[in-house]
Design a protein around this ligand. Sequence first.
Ligand SMILES: N[C@@H](CCC(=O)N[C@@H](CS)C(=O)NCC(=O)O)C(=O)O
Length: 212
Amino acid sequence: MTDILLYGHPESGHACKVALALSLAGVDHRTVLVDIWAAPESRPAEFLAASPLAEVPLLLIDGEPFFQSGAILMEIASRFACLGGETAGGLRRGRELLMWEANRIGMCLPQLIESRRTQDEPRRVPETEPLARAVEWLKGRYDVDCARFAQLLGAGPFFHGLGPGIGDCAIWGYVQWLEKAGVEPTPVMSGWIAAMRALPAMKTPEAFFMDA
Ligand SMILES: N[C@@H](CCC(=O)N[C@@H](CS)C(=O)NCC(=O)O)C(=O)O
């Protein structure tokens, strides 16, 4: 039997993408929590030895490391013929959605979330005038992303059609936290979020990464 181990953290949307894909596909796996706020060198030695960038998510399949959430999603879809990986067309759709997510909405929401950290939480960059301008720019990008979201979703209910695929997993990564990012969902987004939350395999980020 294939041994699958996922290193992640509940505050990492990138790690949630992979945890959701494994859950939706019913792939048996273990998870290990890595503290993404701690100094990289303090992370578990086995993790550091296998992870080239010391980042989560990191997936070990029979000890072989895979990193970068999008690449991991494609590996899962192809290897287990699931979530779009059942057909060439489904895989192509997945690749296209992954690239859109990584370059657009996934390159906007995490930054907005980070910009809103309160004083009690660690802030990685000081609050400055340029930061405020960057936030306005990101919000402008988000408005465009909302329109593209609807265009790409089409008739839905999922980005891959009648059932969810790796593209849905990727987009879920940070769209699950719109409120934390301080932005509103469009009605189309609200419909998709409700459909995703209703999936029996869906879990909260904390439930995905309860350190076993
Ligand atoms: N492009 C990477 C991003 C991974 C990433 O940024 N991981 C963050 C958590 S969301 C991390 O591990 N941060 C800890 C660090 O960089 O030290 C992917 O898609 O997997």
